[in-house]
Design a protein around this ligand. Sequence first.
Ligand code: GTQ
Length: 347
Amino acid sequence: MNHIAPAPGLQALYAEMAPRHLFPLWEVLSALVTPTPHSAARPARWRYAEARDFLLRAGGLISAEQAERRVLILENPALPGTSCITPSLYAGLQLILPGEVAPCHRHAQSALRFVMEGDGAHTAVDGEKALMRPFDLVLTPNWQWHDHGNGSGAPMIWLDGLDIPTVRFFEASFAERLDGPAHPETAPPGDTARRYGRNLRPFPGTAGARRPAAQPLFHYPHAEWDAALDAIAGTDAPDPHLGHALEFTNPADGGPVMPTISAHVRRLPAGFTTRPRRSTDGTVLVVVSGAGTARVGGEEMALEERDLLVVPSWHALEIEARTELTLFAYSDRAAQEKLGLFREARE
Ligand code: GTQ
């Protein structure tokens, strides 16, 4: 609204309209249609060591089966009570102790798992186990059956990244449990990678084409993405804003890993500082290895191995790598690009 004094009857008009659920746009327009994004979230960092202690304490008090999913939610400090890390995304740390299972279910929400600790537990997707090693990325795309189990001798902790708030926003949540804790085994571990992971796919319509055509892959091992990062770091100069960066793709269409979620890894050489970059996709980052400092919208946060960081929409991020720093990240960029909303600015 401009600054001319309002007519005296205006407040009385508002008061009469309000009980009829009618309100003047001109009082709120500038807050609704902002010239640049105003995130409701704020930057935050979680120390892995601290979160891990709480999670292991929970492990002594409730079983994975009892809890259905034994997870500590990473909630944005500016979004209390919402279970959101950004307005569109969810993050949690899930613990499975040796011998435990998390029962089989499926839901409209898309999920990724990024292994923080432990070796050899599994996520089964539609009955095929992905054996999870440190820093592997495993997808459970929407409406695919999944269960988790830990046949290894040590606790297993991974980061769950889901689009729970997005699905809630669209009011499109469906979920169901499968009778019994696990889906029958439909294929041996690694079967999907052998069929679909070599720039080939089983000929459409043949019995070998067992995975959904639009979303075949669900396991992106650390050994593979790490070797790919090494390869570009060995030949290319680091990008000034991102360092060496690789996006995980869905081989079916070359696009992001899931319809609502994009994921990538980046590596900064020791001593490298990125130029400030902002983007509309609020992003969750995990320190895979190394140490440094993140500056997010004027706030400075130290980063150590396995720490977690959230950078809200349109907050400038600069990262300084003290030692070689490798990060995993996910965001809602996949959804924003489909809606024509994604933007970034590089200083
Ligand atoms: O493993 O399916 O952290 O449904 C939150 C909701 C994990 C899961 C979470 C879920 C899951």
